[in-house]
Write a protein that binds this ligand. Structure first.
Ligand code: KIV
Length: 276
């Protein structure tokens, strides 16, 4: 048994001890290994897969089969980090039975140790049913990308006061409902710093922020944003710690030039027949 292994039960302790939780998305084996060996606490196989890996405009078309496939790859690459898999759109909203059965597939076939579900008050009963069958659930409230059509785009939530979806008081209620339903942590995405700070102070479970400011108990970024692995829009809340797009471009240009100039492969890359 790996004593160093991060488990859902460590999350509450880390919050109590004031230790920040580090989460990154991962979608395949090599990046899972890199992040795991770098000591990242949790890997999220996010349905952002649809946008950053598949090139779609939203997360809505991602399927359960695709999530299982990518979760399995990430599971093979990580030893220490907690493995959380997103439940894609329409794999948990229809009924608690549907949600339990599909969460079970992510655990059984993908190797996930927890699932993440978007939605607060409205999803609380479903969160509870999944937790009751011993599958840990991470909540996700605020800017929930699966609600892109209701929100009118990927827009920051909680700027306005009120109890309607996306309003400030409602976000607090959403967070409390998810905690009450038994989630072990909750992602706070795209909301003002003060709203995230209030939620973090009121909850006993950890909050993991993305575009929600520094007061959250932990942070998560999409790996492509963190690594600079994009040539398009980088959200304001994301910080690129590398420029992999540029480096990959330069590598491809060098390789192309050397092939065209007969410089690659060199003698050191070639096999020779044995002398007769
Ligand atoms: O799908 C995803 O990558 C996510 C994170 C942005 C939290 O849900």
């Amino acid at each position: 048994m790996n004593k160093d292994k991060v488990r859902v039960t460590d999350f509450a302790r880390m919050k109590a001890e004031g230790r920040r939780m580090v989460m990154l998305t991962a979608y395949d084996y090599p990046f899972a290994r890199i992040f795991d060996q770098a000591g990242v606490d949790a890997l999220l196989v996010g349905d952002s897969l649809g946008m950053v890996v598949q090139g779609a405009e939203s997360t809505l078309a991602v399927t359960l089969e695709e999530m299982i496939y990518h979760t399995r790859m990430v599971a093979r690459g990580r030893k220490r980090a907690l493995l959380v898999a997103d439940m894609p759109f329409m794999t948990y909203q229809v009924s608690a039975e549907q949600a339990m059965s599909n969460a079970g597939r992510l655990v059984k076939e993908g190797g996930a140790e927890a699932v993440k579900i978007e939605g607060g008050l409205v999803m609380a009963a479903t969160v509870r049913r999944i937790v009751e069958i011993d599958i840990p659930v991470m909540g996700h409230i605020g800017l929930t990308p699966q609600s892109v059509h209701r929100m009118g785009g990927h827009r920051v939530q909680g700027k306005k006061a009120g109890h309607s979806p996306g309003c400030r008081e409602r976000l607090v209620q959403d967070a409390l409902a998810v905690e009450e339903a038994g989630a072990f942590a909750v992602v706070l995405e795209g909301m003002p710093v003060d709203v995230a700070a209030e939620i973090t102070a009121r909850l006993s479970i950890p909050t993991i922020g993305i575009g929600a400011g520094p007061e959250c108990d932990g942070q998560v970024l999409v790996m492509h944003d963190m690594l600079g692995l994009s040539d398009s829009f980088v959200p304001r809340f994301a910080k690129p710690y590398a420029n992999l797009w540029q480096q990959a471009t330069e590598a491809a240009l060098s390789y192309s030039r050397e092939v065209r100039e007969h410089a690659f492969p060199g003698p050191e890359h070639c096999f020779r027949s044995k002398a007769a």
